[in-house]
Design a protein around this ligand. Structure first.
Ligand code: AMP
Length: 234
């Protein structure tokens, strides 16, 4: 199964990607997380994208396309994956199609997580992420609180509001999202790949809707995995 998650910041792409990874054993490819890691390690890519990310702007298509292409080169290329945050523009989608074609792969489904801007701002202002770069897990002060306030439940490091999660920056990120997403979705809708999901619901219900949509598209792969996860024979 090869999936692309589309949705504004705060729509729950990361949470749903984690669940898809656990359920189906997919590889998650999160370009935002890859960039944050590059910034931390002060690589050339990190130095290019750092100032843009802090301002809520997108990284250049050429840079992000190259970072993703590199993952697919070589022997350990992902075969079954969920894309979290890439492609984000029409031009990235065209480049990704070409990359996958070279590898004799294709996207099976695009999950479009729909949520309005005010709800996004409300959600993100409560988001607190682990300051330990190697962990990076995010919580929400009310919807998904850590066991101890301000402390990462996974690794014990301090939880912080990310620079790019501040309201003014989130509004700019939303502007970028709307500017790019119509064309991106149109590209995938023409291929009949898009499933629209109501992302204002809780994470469980969103995941159930995602599974239901995938079950229609990939009945064998999805059906077997669902039954196995419930402890019954596939
Ligand atoms: P995310 O964690 O997916 O919200 O990404 C954080 C930031 O990384 C975004 O606001 C962008 O600045 C940058 N970024 C991540 N993925 C992409 C992409 N596919 N194209 C351009 N910029 C990206």
């Amino acid at each position: 199964m090869r999936l692309v998650l589309v949705g504004p910041p705060g729509s729950g792409k990361g949470t749903q990607a984690d669940r898809l990874v656990k359920r189906f054993g997919l590889t998650v490819i999160g370009t935002g997380a890859m960039f944050r890691d590059a910034i931390r390690r002060n690589t050339e890519t990190g130095r290019i994208v750092g100032p843009l990310i802090r301002q809520g702007l997108l990284a250049p298509d050429t840079v992000v396309n190259e970072v993703v292409a590199e993952l697919f080169r070589g022997k350990s290329r992902p075969e079954r994956f969920v894309m979290d945050g890439y492609p984000r523009t029409y031009s990235q989608a065209v480049a990704f199609d070409a990359l996958l074609r070279q590898e004799f792969l294709r996207v099976d489904a695009v999950v479009n997580l729909r949520i309005d801007d005010d709800e996004v701002v409300r959600r993100i202002s409560g988001r607190r992420c682990c300051s330990n770069g190697a962990c990076g897990v995010c919580f929400h002060v009310t919807a998904q609180p850590p066991k101890v306030p301000g402390v990462c439940t996974v690794c014990g490091a301090e939880l912080v509001l990310r620079d790019d999660d501040k309201e003014e920056t989130v509004r700019r990120r939303l502007g970028e999202f709307h500017k790019n997403t119509d064309l991106l979705l149109e590209h995938y809708r023409r291929q009949g790949l898009v499933d629209d999901i109501d992302a204002t619901q809780g994470p469980e219900k969103i995941f159930a809707d995602v599974l239901a949509a995938l079950l229609v598209r990939r009945p064998d792969e999805t059906g077997n995995a669902v039954l196995t996860a419930e402890g019954r024979a596939p």
